[in-house]
Design a protein around this ligand. Structure first.
Ligand SMILES: [Zn+2]
Length: 158
C-alpha cells in the first residue's frame, strides 16, 4: 500500500468517482438526449451524495492507496496527446489503477492532483493509430476512440 495522503482531489474526480460506483449512473454516459429527465435526476442525485464529501473522500483515499502505477498508459501516444492537450504539455502524469478504476494524477508545482478517474477496463494498450482519409471520419473516429478510452470530454455532471 502506498501512502498518498498528500494527493489533492478535484471536484470533478469526486463526481466521476460517484458516477462510476453505481451502475444506475451509467445512463448519464450513454444518453444523448439534451433534455432528459432521468439525466437531470441522476445529476441531482450525485450532487446530493457529494453534499457529504467525507465518506466519498475516504473511499477514494482507500482505493488510491491500494492502486498501482500503470506506466503503460504513458506509452499510449494517442491517449497521452489527449491528456497533454487537456492539462498541459509540461505536466507529469501518473496513472494509478485499482480494480476497475484508473486514477489520473498530474503534478502541479510539486503537488499531486487527482484530476479524474476513468475505467481501467476500457484501456487498450494496442489501440491502433488513427489514419483518417476524411476529416468527417476523423472527427467521428476520434470520438469513438475517446469513448472507448472512457475519457469523453463532454460531461453532463457539474
Ligand atoms: Zn438521459
Amino acid at each position: 500500500m502506498a501512502d498518498r495522503r498528500n494527493y489533492i482531489f478535484t471536484h470533478h474526480l469526486r463526481e466521476r468517482f460517484v458516477q462510476r460506483s453505481h451502475k444506475r449512473f451509467r445512463h448519464l454516459r450513454s444518453c444523448k438526449k439534451d433534455s432528459c429527465e432521468l439525466c437531470r435526476n441522476l445529476v441531482m442525485e450525485i450532487k446530493e451524495i457529494l453534499e457529504k464529501r467525507k465518506p466519498i473522500d475516504k473511499e477514494i483515499a482507500r482505493r488510491l492507496d491500494a492502486a498501482v502505477e500503470c506506466r503503460a498508459y504513458l506509452n499510449n501516444s494517442r491517449l497521452m496527446q489527449w491528456y497533454y492537450e487537456k492539462y498541459g504539455f509540461d505536466r507529469r502524469f501518473e496513472f494509478l489503477v485499482h480494480e476497475d478504476i484508473c486514477f489520473v494524477v498530474i503534478s502541479d508545482s510539486g503537488k499531486k492532483i487527482v484530476v479524474t478517474c476513468v475505467s481501467s477496463k476500457n484501456y487498450t494498450p494496442a489501440l491502433p493509430a488513427l489514419r483518417p482519409k476524411f476529416s468527417g471520419i476523423k472527427k467521428r473516429r476520434e470520438e469513438e476512440v475517446l469513448k472507448a478510452l472512457d475519457i469523453e470530454p463532454a460531461t453532463k455532471v457539474g
